[in-house]
Design a binder for this molecule. Structure first.
Ligand code: F6P
Length: 370
C-alpha cells in the first residue's frame, strides 16, 4: 500500500513552446508542496500502452541548479499527434491501472483532450486537462499554451518580410498554420502590419484582394504588400480566366494558390513571393506570456487533483485561471475566432482586407474558480 499520491503527466498532440514549462510547474508544485510522486509518461497514450515511465523530480530536472525547462521548446516527454487509440483503448486503460496512478494530468489540444476524456470515462481515471495548441482553438479558454509564442514568431517573420518586400516592390504572401482556425493568422496579421489577412472563417474574393492591393498602390503610394494566408482557407472560383495551374494541389498550399491568383489578376505586373512558415511556428523559446500561462496552468491543475476535482480543464478567463468542465470544452470546441468581432473590426478600420462579411459569435462560458 503506497501512502503518497502518485500522479502521471503526459503531453499529447502537436508540440509547441511552453510544454516543458507546464511539466516543470506540475513537478515542482506536486513534489515540493504536496510531496507526491510524479511519473512522466512518454509519447502520450503510447507510453501508457508500453508502460515505460520516468519518475520526475525537481532534482532530476535541473542542471547544477539551473532549470532549463522554463525556456525550452518542445516536450521532454515526447508526443504523438496520430494514435490508433480506439483500437487499443483496453490496453491503454490497463496501462494506467498498472501504474497505480491516483490521477493523470494531460496536456493537449481539443482532439487529444477529447480522446483522453473518453479514455478517462471508460477507465474511471481521475483526469485533469491543460490546453495547449498554437491554433488557440480550444473552447472556453482565452489562451492555450504555445499560442502567444507562435503569434510572436509570425509577427517577427512579417517584420522581416516587410523590408525586403518594400525594397523590391513585391507582394509577399505568408502562409501560416492553424488548421481550420484563423486565430493565428488574424492576431499575427494585425500585429505584424499585414495588408490582407485571409482566414477560414471569413469568405474572400480574388477580386477583393487584387482591388485592395491596387488601391494601396494608388492611394498610399505603397508599392508592396504583405498578405497573410491561413493554411485552412478554401479555394474560391476566380471570375478571371483560370486554368489548372492556379488551383491548389497537394504540392501547392493555399499561399501559393493566392499568389498565383494575385499575379494573374493584377493589371500592372506584380511580383509575388511566397513564404510558408511551417513548423518554425511550433519551435523556439516560449514567450514570457506562454511561460506565465504554462506555470499558472500547471500549478492549478495540481491543486485540482489535490481537491479531487476531476473531469476539468484549467482555462484562462479574464486574466485568471479557472476550471471548466471537460464536457463543455469538448461540446464547444473549436473556439470561434474573434468571438465578439472586435479584432476583425479593428483590422478593417486600419484598412486591412479581411474578406467579406463576418458573423461574430459570443462564447457561452461556464466557469468555476477552483
Ligand atoms: O494543430 C497544430 C498544428 O501545428 C496545425 O496548426 C498544423 O496544421 C498541424 O499541427 C501540423 O501537424 P503536423 O505536425 O502533423 O505536420
Amino acid at each position: 500500500m503506497k501512502n503518497r499520491k502518485r500522479i502521471g503527466i503526459l503531453t499529447s498532440g502537436g508540440d509547441c513552446p511552453g510544454l516543458n514549462a507546464v511539466i516543470r510547474a506540475v513537478v515542482s508544485h506536486a513534489t515540493l508542496t504536496y510531496d507526491w510522486e510524479v511519473l512522466g509518461i512518454p509519447y502520450a497514450t503510447q507510453g501508457l500502452l508500453e508502460g515505460k515511465v520516468t519518475a520526475l523530480t525537481m532534482h532530476g530536472l535541473d542542471l547544477r541548479g539551473i532549470d532549463p525547462l522554463l525556456s525550452m521548446g518542445g516536450t521532454i516527454l515526447g508526443t504523438i499527434n496520430k494514435g490508433d487509440t480506439l483500437a487499443h483503448a483496453g490496453e491503454i486503460i490497463a496501462g494506467y491501472q498498472a501504474l497505480e496512478l491516483d490521477a493523470l494530468i494531460g496536456i493537449g489540444g481539443d482532439g487529444s483532450i477529447s480522446i483522453l476524456h473518453n479514455l478517462a470515462r471508460q477507465g474511471n481515471w481521475n483526469f485533469v486537462a491543460i490546453p495547449k495548441t498554437i491554433d488557440n482553438d480550444v473552447a472556453l479558454t482565452e489562451r492555450s499554451v504555445g499560442f502567444d509564442t507562435a503569434v510572436n514568431t509570425i509577427t517577427d517573420a512579417l517584420n522581416r518580410l516587410t523590408f525586403t518586400a518594400a525594397s523590391h516592390d513585391r507582394v509577399m504572401i505568408v502562409e501560416v498554420m492553424g488548421r481550420k482556425a484563423g486565430h493565428l493568422a488574424l492576431q499575427a496579421g494585425i500585429a505584424g502590419g499585414a495588408d490582407v489577412i485571409l482566414i477560414p472563417e471569413i469568405p474572400y474574393s480574388i477580386e477583393g484582394i487584387c482591388e485592395h492591393i491596387a488601391q494601396l498602390r494608388d492611394r498610399c503610394w505603397r508599392k508592396f504588400a504583405i498578405v497573410v494566408v491561413a493554411e485552412g482557407i478554401e479555394a474560391v472560383k476566380a471570375s478571371s480566366d483560370c486554368d489548372e495551374s492556379c488551383h491548389p494541389t497537394p504540392k501547392c498550399g493555399m499561399g501559393q494558390y493566392i499568389a498565383d491568383h494575385i499575379t494573374r489578376c493584377s493589371t500592372k505586373k506584380i511580383e509575388t513571393r511566397v513564404s510558408v512558415l511551417g513548423h518554425i511556428q511550433r519551435g523556439g523559446i516560449p514567450s514570457a506570456l506562454d511561460r506565465l500561462v504554462a506555470t499558472a496552468f500547471g500549478k492549478t491543475a495540481v491543486d485540482l487533483v489535490a481537491q479531487g476535482q476531476y473531469d476539468q480543464m484549467v482555462a484562462w478567463q479574464n486574466g485568471q485561471v479557472v476550471a471548466v468542465p471537460l464536457e463543455e470544452v469538448i461540446l464547444q470546441s473549436p473556439a470561434p475566432v474573434d468571438a465578439n468581432g472586435y479584432l476583425v473590426q479593428t483590422a478593417r478600420s486600419l484598412d486591412i482586407y479581411v474578406g467579406n462579411g463576418f458573423q461574430s459569435s459570443q462564447v457561452i462560458v461556464h466557469s468555476r474558480v477552483p
